[in-house]
Design a binder for this molecule. Structure first.
Ligand SMILES: Nc1ncnc2c1ncn2[C@@H]1O[C@H](COP(=O)(O)OP(=O)(O)O)[C@@H](O)[C@H]1O
Ligand SMILES: [Mg+2]
Length: 251
């Protein structure tokens, strides 16, 4: 079972949109896929029309296998299930920091579903704390959407520094450009800067700024499903295909 986190230490950069489309592409590729929504706002559960599970408190999330499994819902797509978030998830950091071996707890919990899924996609909240350390450890790879703007680029630099300071495996970090607008000079300049600083890390695939992604909030479907030939869908599919190669390399 491969664990793919969609993570950035910044909000509004495309984590949820990526998690939803990558999970969909994985299921369509015949892989038994679980999308695990770890953000209390529950956006990815909402996109898959799955309601929050009121009974899955954090104590149960980490301590009650049966309740964890019961909270998983089928989506309307073959091979794709969803573990919905709920508002108790806003206390993930405090809760985890009080547990022993907090950085291994998420990995241990996900082992519960090891036999049931080929791929777990984690839609993460934008924190750099006990939860993020736990999810860095639980993940095989960490997809990091980076808007090619100075602030988003800076948070990626901070994330790379954090990995160095904490002695974490930097090859797990797989950044890609998100919400790209080539007409903006600042975007192309920032992309050039980042590709120079991190020559091997960034994906070739990049996600353009596209209305199809915003419309996911109207259709409640992944863009790849609603508009499969649109620029966003093709870009997410390219990202998924490239990710398969990276997963093999990161074995
Ligand atoms: N490629 C894109 N083009 C246009 N809008 C996008 C794109 N990616 C995300 N958005 C929009 O930006 C907002 C934040 O995206 P989201 O995926 O929820 O980010 P995050 O999970 O990082 O907070 C949402 O309204 C979403 O519809
Ligand atoms: Mg999100």
């Amino acid at each position: 079972m491969k664990v793919i986190a969609c993570y950035a230490n910044k909000g509004g950069v495309g984590k949820t949109s990526t998690a939803v489309n990558i999970a969909y592409a994985s299921a369509a590729d015949g892989k038994r896929t679980l999308l695990c929504d770890l953000d209390p706002q529950g956006a990815s559960s909402f996109y898959f029309k799955v309601k929050p599970s009121k009974k899955l408190t954090l104590g149960k999330f980490f301590g009650d296998e049966e309740r964890f499994l019961k909270a998983i819902s089928e989506s309307e797509y073959v091979n794709l299930d969803v573990l919905p978030a709920n508002m108790t998830f806003r206390d993930f950091d405090v809760f985890l920091s009080q547990l022993k071996k907090s950085d291994s707890r998420l990995k241990k919990t996900l082992k519960t579903v090891k036999a049931d899924y080929d791929v777990v996609v984690l839609d993460c909240p934008p924190t750099l704390s006990a939860l993020s350390e736990s999810l860095f450890k639980a993940s095989d790879v960490i997809l990091v959407p980076v808007i090619p703007s100075p602030l988003s680029a800076r948070t990626f630099d901070q994330l790379v520094d954090f990995f160095k300071e904490q002695d974490l495996d930097p090859t797990k970090l797989l950044p890609f450009f998100s919400m790209v607008q080539m007409v903006k000079g600042l975007h192309t300049q920032t992309m050039t800067r980042l590709l120079t600083s991190y020559p091997k890390q960034f994906f070739k695939a990049m996600i353009p700024y596209a209305a199809d992604v915003e419309k996911m909030g109207v259709h409640l479907e992944p863009a790849i499903h609603t508009a499969p030939t649109g620029t966003a869908a093709l870009a997410y599919q390219d990202l998924y295909d490239e990710l398969q190669g990276r997963l093999k390399r990161n074995k």
